[in-house]
Design a protein around this ligand. Structure first.
Ligand SMILES: CC(C)(COP(=O)(O)OP(=O)(O)OC[C@H]1O[C@@H](n2cnc3c(N)ncnc32)[C@H](O)[C@@H]1OP(=O)(O)O)[C@@H](O)C(=O)NCCC(=O)NCCSC(=O)c1cc(O)c2ccccc2c1O
Length: 274
C-alpha cells in the first residue's frame, strides 16, 4: 500500500506531508543526531500539528523520524544549557517539549507514532504521548534521563506507569535499559510490531481504518481517555467538546438569539430531561 505523499509547508527540521486521503505525516528530519530535537524542531512540529488540526481534510496524524535508525533520541544534548534547551546561545532555556506533549494530548484527531529504530529519552516520551504506536521490528525503546542528568516526571512517568504498570515504569526509569520491539509490545508500549519494510504500509492501513470511522466519535473517545489522566484540563477538553454539539441545539441557539434580540430567553419549551 504505497502512498504518494505531497509535501506541505516549508520547514528546516521536519517535513509535513499529506497522503491525499486524510493522513498528515510529520517527520523529524535530523538523522545525523538520531532525530534528536532542538527547540526549533519542536516549534516546527507544533506548527505542523496546528496546520493538520485546522485542515478539515485531515483525520489522522502520523509522527515519525527520518530513516531507519531512529524515531527520536530526545533532547539534543548539544544545545542543552543550564536552564533548559537553548533556542539561541545566551537566550534563556526552556522545555518546549512540555507544550508539545499537551498539544498532542489535546489535539482532537488521533496521532500515531510510527517507530523505526531508537525511541529513547524524550523520544520515548514522544511515542508515549501519541495515541497509538506502530513499531518496526528494529525498534528499541528506553529511558536515558538518569544517565544524562535529566528526568521527565510529567507524562514521561505518569503515562508510562498507566500504560505498563508502576513496577515496569520504575524499572524503565531507574535502570535505563533498552527494550526491543517484542518486549515493547508485551508490556503494552506499542500496538503492533511489523517488519521494517512494512512499517509505513501497516501504519497507513491503521490510519485508513480510523478514517472510515466517525471523526467526532474518535474525538470524544480521545478526550474521554484523557479526562481522568489529565485532570481538570482533560475534563475541560471533554466538556468543551460537548459544548461543540450543544451549540447546534435549539436550546443553546435560543440563548444566543435572545441575547442578540435583547429579550428574555424562553427556555420553557425545552425538556428537563430525566
Ligand atoms: C539514540 C542512541 C541509542 C543511538 O545510538 P547509536 O549507536 O545508533 O548512534 P550514536 O550514539 O553513534 O549517535 C549518532 C550520532 O547522533 C548523536 N546523537 C544521538 N542522540 C543525540 C542526542 N539526544 N543529542 C545530541 N546528539 C545525539 C551522537 O552524539 C552521534 O553523533 P556523532 O557526532 O558522534 O556522530 C544514542 O545516540 C543515545 O543514547 N543518544 C542519547 C539519548 C539521550 O540521552 N537523549 C536525551 C535524554 S534527556 C531528554 O531527551 C529530555 C528532553 C526534554 O526536552 C525534557 C524536558 C523535560 C524533562 C525532561 C526532558 C528530557 O529528559
Amino acid at each position: 500500500m504505497s502512498v504518494d505523499w505531497k509535501q506541505v509547508g516549508d520547514y528546516t527540521d521536519i517535513r509535513l506531508d499529506y497522503s491525499g486521503d486524510g493522513i498528515a505525516k510529520v517527520t523529524i528530519c535530523r538523522p545525523e543526531v538520531r532525530n534528536a530535537f532542538r527547540p526549533q524542531t519542536l516549534v516546527e512540529i507544533s506548527d505542523a500539528l496546528d496546520v493538520a488540526r485546522e485542515d478539515t481534510s485531515i483525520g489522522v496524524i502520523v509522527l515519525t523520524g527520518q530513516g531507519d535508525h531512529a524515531f527520536c533520541s530526545g533532547g539534543d544534548q548539544r544545545v542543552r544549557g543550564d536552564t533548559g534547551y537553548l533556542s539561541e546561545p545566551g537566550k534563556p532555556g526552556r522545555f518546549h517539549v512540555t507544550d508539545l506533549h499537551v498539544q498532542i494530548r489535546r489535539l482532537p484527531k488521533p496521532v500515531v507514532a510510527m517507530i523505526a529504530g531508537y525511541a529513547v529519552g524524550g523520544g520515548q516520551v514522544l511515542q508515549l504521548v501519541c495515541d497509538l504506536a506502530i513499531a518496526a521490528d528494529n525498534a528499541r525503546f528506553g529511558q536515558t534521563g538518569p544517565r544524562v542528568g535529566s528526568f521527565d516526571g510529567g507524562f514521561g512517568a505518569g503515562l508510562l506507569s498507566n500504560l505498563v504498570g508502576a513496577r515496569k515504569a520504575k524499572e524503565i526509569w531507574f535502570l535505563c535499559r533498552q527494550y526491543d520491539a517484542r518486549q515493547a509490545l508485551e508490556m503494552g508500549l506499542v500496538n503492533a510490531v511489523v517488519p521494517l519494510a512494512e512499517l509505513e504500509a501497516e501504519t497507513v492501513a491503521w490510519c485508513r481504518e480510523m478514517l472510515e470511522l466517525s471523526p467526532f466519535a474518535l474525538r470524544m473517545l480521545k478526550a474521554s481517555f484523557h479526562a481522568a489522566e489529565d485532570g481538570l484540563a482533560g475534563i475541560q477538553q471533554l466538556a468543551h467538546d460537548a459544548n461543540l454539539l450543544f451549540y447546534a441545539s435549539e436550546e443553546a441557539k435560543e440563548g444566543r438569539e435572545a441575547y442578540k434580540d435583547k429579550r428574555r430567553p424562553d427556555f420553557g419549551r425545552f425538556p428537563r430531561r430525566p
